[in-house]
Design a protein around this ligand. Structure first.
Ligand SMILES: Cc1cc2nc3c(=O)[nH]c(=O)nc-3n(C[C@H](O)[C@H](O)[C@H](O)COP(=O)(O)OP(=O)(O)OC[C@H]3O[C@@H](n4cnc5c(N)ncnc54)[C@H](O)[C@@H]3O)c2cc1C
Ligand code: FES
Length: 262
């Protein structure tokens, strides 16, 4: 059964250029388990029928709140950005299969690679890994200095390396360039997680294809969000028939490297 609730906005503010952090409260928080799961949010406008999928960036059971971080892209996210504390949003969720952290043991090292608006779910993931006693190294790539967010919050959890596409902050280039530097130091992670643009995910997918514990979180246009409409399919890797597919909404968004074609 899929759960739905009108959750209340506790706070909302601008984190960086065009990027907003919203905290929501409601009974659904208790059901939110895995980092990498997402909320399917109805835009309170009668002309926008499809819900918008946004990842959970943080779950706080103590205060009964969850946090989402989103970039204003089109009409839906623009509407969200104008909403105020005390207003409600119709939420379906938590949806999808998030990041598997069962295999990580105390003292092991997790490598987290995030790009742009793929960074938010990695914050809750990192917190969960730290709680298991893992060491976490974060490689975070952004377009420019003015869209960097949560750097200090990630630093509280572990080592952080930042890159920007235009070189305005951190290392010049993509998050992928940061990995090259670690590789030169013969670094081998026990587990790898990535979320971001397809180009970066493709590189992670190829690089860590044989790694037993490497995972990528995909984005796809979604309609129902619950596995019923097939709007979000991607193709299964190695399928010679070319017809085998996976639904990003309920079989993902997190997949093992090598599992699907990006
Ligand atoms: C599993 C998942 C998690 C996501 N998590 C985040 C997040 O944490 N923060 C964030 O800023 N964005 C996230 N996105 C992308 C976000 O869903 C889109 O940016 C958003 O739906 C755009 O809506 P809009 O009305 O502003 O834009 P419009 O372009 O007006 O949207 C039109 C339609 O296209 C869909 N759409 C547009 N862009 C995307 C996209 N990139 N992915 C999926 N559907 C899209 C919309 O849902 C809507 O149905 C996520 C997407 C997926 C699939
Ligand atoms: S969005 Fe409908 S099956 Fe995935």
């Amino acid at each position: 059964m899929h759960l739905k609730e009108k959750m209340t906005i506790v706070s909302q503010y601008k984190l960086a250029s065009n990027i907003f952090e919203m905290k929501l409260t409601g009974k659904l928080v208790k059901k939110m388990q895995q980092a990498g799961q997402f909320l399917h949010i109805r835009v309170p406008r009668s002309d926008l029928l499809l819900r918008r999928p946004i990842s959970l960036a943080e779950i706080d059971y103590k205060s009964g709140t969850c946090t989402i971080i989103y970039r204003v892209e089109g009409r839906g996210t623009k509407y969200f950005s104008k909403m105020k504390q005390g207003e409600t949003l119709d939420i379906l969720g938590p949806l999808g299969n998030g990041f598997d952290i069962r295999m990580i043991k105390q003292g092991e090292t997790a490598l987290i690679i995030g790009g742009g608006i793929g960074v938010p779910p990695l914050y809750e993931l990192s917190k969960k890994l730290i709680a298991k006693g893992a060491k976490v190294i974060h490689l975070l790539g952004f377009a420019t200095k003015d869209v960097v967010f949560y750097e200090e919050k990630f630093r509280v959890l572990g080592e952080v390396h930042i890159s920007t596409d235009d070189g305005s902050y951190g290392v010049h280039g993509h998050a992928w360039n940061l990995l090259k530097k670690l590789e030169a130091e013969n670094f081998v992670p026990d587990v790898v997680y990535a979320c971001g643009a397809n180009g970066m995910l493709k590189m992670v997918d190829e690089k860590f294809a044989a790694h037993p514990y490497a995972f990528i979180s995909l984005e796809s246009r979604m309609a129902c969000g619950v596995g019923a409409c097939y709007a979000c399919v991607c193709h299964e890797n190695g399928d010679k028939t070319g017809v085998k597919s996976r639904k990003v909404c309920d079989q993902g968004p997190v997949f093992k490297t090598g599992e699907v074609i990006i």
